[in-house]
Design a protein around this ligand. Sequence first.
Ligand code: PMP
Length: 419
Amino acid sequence: MRPFEKLTLENSMNAFEYGKTLVPGGVLGIRRPYNFVEGEYPIFVENGKGGQIVDVDGNEYVDFLCAYGPIILGYREQEIDEAVVRQILEKGFCFSLTQQYQNELAEKLRELVPSAEMSIFVKTGSDATTLSIRLARAYTSRTKVMRCGYHGWHDWCVEVKGGIPEKLYEDIYEFQYNDLAALEKLLAEHRDDTAAIIITPFGHPLAKKLQCPRAGFLEGVRKLADEYNVVLIFDEIRTGFRIAMGGAQAYYNVTPDLSCLGKAMANGYAIAAVCGKEEIMKKAESDVFVSSTFFPNSLGYIAALKTIEILQRDHVLEVIWKKGQQFMGRLETILDKYDVGAELSGIGPMFFITFKSDTEKVYRKRRNEFYTQLIRQGIFMQPYHHGYICYRHSEDDLNKSLKAVENSLQIVLDKYGKF
Ligand code: PMP
């Protein structure tokens, strides 16, 4: 099969060059071009609707990144945007006092999320994970933290250590998902100093296969936290309001002491939360200080309330699971047919196509070719980050994507042969 033609990306590239003179690196974090296939992917987006986006050169894509997780329904979801616009025009959202939506949303979380006796609302996932650690340290009067997964860009947990004195993360210890023995060893070593275990309840390590919990793993983590009197925190920034309305904790039936929620809760509007046991959360009454000019801004609350209303009313997560499972089943069949080292991992709402490594590192070329051919066919997936299924991904979007995956695998096979 002939490789597809490279996309016209002139406007993206020009904006990127200009951007570099204004913003360090042009764009930041995971959106930097080297996290895709450099030169093949767009860098600036113009608009989006449903499950699709359009870049600044007018190229259209079926988007499986879903803004890295917040988009659970779809882009420009009318009911949500209208509720937000109404709030802006009729009441306002930025005041010196708190609007009552805070209580409404906290009540909703208490109803839906098993660990949520009380809630504190913040703006980003990193705000939430950092606050959860501070609460745990205040509650236990201990310092050390065992962590597993990506928990944001703050000093205590970010991978890239530039600009961060060692003393700000020297009490943080990392263990791998599904490795209960490693966690137990760490806890035994730091028995009276450990304040918290923070873990993503579903495994999504960067650029690696997605991982379901092994039988007994989450239960084992819970048991160890109890044995060592440590606060157990689930970082549900990606899994909350996506795997289940009550998060992965409801789905896997293991309840942490504190939980961090964000992303899908408000379909793209900025809001995140820490929720959990009353006696720990109440540390924020006096010992722990939480305040930010924008935390009480109510647009995130309005969007979250409306998003949750729609998720419940339209049984959205059931639809996403079903759609995702069918899509993954069909992907699996295609991947099996082309023996080029491509592997599928995940669960209905979250999936990832990775490539088996080989000693000569040809897998990197296979992966680059595969994702290059995909983006050229208008399918926006990422070589180093898993994809999501959203509610508005249509039958057409998914069929088109399956066809594109098959074409891309054929091209990889033609060029590099069987794995
Ligand atoms: N925890 C997890 C599991 C995440 O995926 C992320 C964001 N990717 C964060 C925390 C940090 O959230 P934010 O980028 O909103 O600060």
